[in-house]
Design a protein around this ligand. Sequence first.
Ligand code: DX5
Ligand code: ZN
Length: 213
Amino acid sequence: MPRIKIAPSILSADKSRINEEIKEVEKYSDLIHVDIMDGIFVPPATVDSDFVKTIKTKVPLDVHLMVHEPSDSYIRGFIDAGASSITIHEEACRNPMHQLEFIRKNGIKAAISIKPKTPLENIKKYLDFVDMVLIMTVEPGWAGQKFIDETMPKVRELRKLKPKLDIEVDGGITPYTARVAYDEGANVFVAGTSIFGKKDRAGAIREILSSLK
Ligand code: DX5
Ligand code: ZN
């Protein structure tokens, strides 16, 4: 199994002081997870690539596009803003292969995500063309939801199919649910509320990590 990576989600951070917020987690993070919502694929709308440009950190930016049919130029905006990986949704794209190829052609990592009710079957044809798969463990769109256990068989099956692939889980991740997902084969853990919702962010990350020992 690939190494464990912790990815705090800044959806739950204070955006007006984003660089200070990131400073508090930087030392203990492998990725900074940036949620982009368009108000179409998911009801809420969030920050755009101009905001991502203002983020100053050495930690790789893991951009999660909850966006309907992202165009080449839209994706390019995030690459130019400093993304080191971009995740698209299978449900949001007519031909996800196009976006995946475009992302990789531009020299960064490409990932594909599925919502809790989307079967793993839908993305099997892309597995040789991605650097990571994001199995959503809540319905995309909001922080602070409850982890959906029924998504775990997909993680288990995917880990069997791809022993070396980064498998990311996102939504309702706490020390407890991180352990549940880890036992099924997940190795990249996105956490918003359980990190930025706490005063002691470093302590919160340590708690997640110690649950994985
Ligand atoms: C939800 C986002 C998540 C969100 C997770 O659509 O993709 O990244 O920030 O938040 P928590 O950890 O609070 O479930
Ligand atoms: Zn996310």
